[in-house]
Design a protein around this ligand. Structure first.
Ligand code: NAI
Length: 305
């Protein structure tokens, strides 16, 4: 058994964290042989709720979970962390304009960036889930200059998982038969889910998704809109935003970044643009990537083929 690593989850009293923490404690993200210390950050008014989350974590009776530290202090939360799930952010409330939301989040991600800079491991892997995730990741990295900018990523894996599931359902196959759907852009309604290079395994052989679906209107319009508006559809039905699926996607993102992607498989991650595909440098944008030895690489898809 290895030495424990320390993992922080912010927004730890919220609904995404509630599903995410079990995955972390059960070894579903960092592996069944990796013990962890969990640092749980939330705001002072949520400390009582967080106490309940701690009780439930204890009651899971999971041997990989070595220590649990609930706190409202970023200096404690980010101490020695090897992986950070930045889930907590300011939600948009009625009457609030986007610029108000942005201002509130700049403050949160400035404080957390500074705490990462000061207290976290220099090789910490940071996944920003809290919206606007891509902007928050950029802000956070700006305030953590001692940590490589490549270590800050934003989550579009939920969109990828949704897209993969929608294609699988259309083709009436299991979801794991569909690969390499790409999410371009941001986790927002302007994202572009792209199946141009996606494949499906049918009766043991690999086929092109566009060829098998054979319906351009569905692929270019209906499917794109379903994925762009899926989050809103969940809110309309549940009266709360996606949480179980968002937590699963956060676990998938971090696991693949930590352990590596399977041969021939791409995943989508919001990462710092290196100028690939003509996207301006130094903004956080979702690209297809592969991961080896803990380092991701943007896949250079050939659009002429
Ligand atoms: P929630 O409202 O249930 O929980 C958020 C938690 O964050 C609350 O406990 C709150 O007290 C805490 N929080 C607020 N400010 C904080 C701070 N400065 N430090 C630490 N904790 C703080 O929200 P939920 O459903 O868990 O969603 C969290 C975020 O994830 C939201 O911004 C949501 O929009 C985003 N999201 C992102 C997705 C993606 O695909 N990137 C998908 C779904 C949600």
């Amino acid at each position: 058994m290895s030495e424990p690593i320390t993992v922080v989850v912010t927004g730890a009293a919220g609904q995404i964290a509630y599903s995410l923490l079990y995955q972390l404690a059960a070894g579903m993200v960092f592996g069944p042989n990796q013990p962890i210390n969990l640092h749980l950050l939330d705001i002072p008014v949520m400390m009582k709720v967080l106490d309940g989350v701690v009780m439930e974590l204890e009651d899971l009776a999971l041997p990989l979970l070595k220590a649990i530290v609930p706190t409202a202090d970023p200096a404690v939360a980010f101490k020695d962390v090897a992986a950070a799930f930045l889930v907590g952010s300011m939600p948009r409330r009625e009457g609030m304009e986007r610029k108000d939301l942005l201002a509130a989040n700049v403050e949160i991600f400035k404080v957390q960036g500074e705490a990462l800079n000061k207290y976290a491991r220099k090789d910490v892997k940071v996944l920003v889930v809290g919206n606007p995730a891509n902007t928050n990741a950029l802000i956070c990295s700006h305030y953590a200059p001692s940590i490589p900018k490549q270590n800050f990523t934003a989550m579009t894996r939920l969109d990828q998982n949704r897209a993969q599931a929608a294609v699988a359902s259309r083709l009436n196959v299991q979801v794991d038969k569909v690969k390499n759907v790409i999410i371009w852009g941001n986790h927002s309604s302007t994202q572009y889910p792209d199946t141009a290079h996606a494949t499906v395994t049918l009766e043991g052989s690999t086929k092109s998704v566009p060829t098998e679906i054979n319906n351009e209107d569905w692929l270019n319009n209906i499917f794109v809109e379903i994925i762009q508006k899926r989050g809103a559809a969940v809110i309309a039905a549940r009266k709360m935003s996606s949480a179980m699926s968002a937590a699963k996607a956060a676990g998938d993102h971090m696991r693949d970044w930590w352990v590596g992607t399977k041969p021939g498989e791409w995943i989508s991650m919001g990462v710092l643009s290196d100028g690939s595909y003509g996207i301006p440098k130094d903004i956080v944008f979702s690209f297809p990537v592969t991961v080896e030895n803990g380092q991701y690489k943007i896949v250079q898809v050939n659009f002429s083929s």
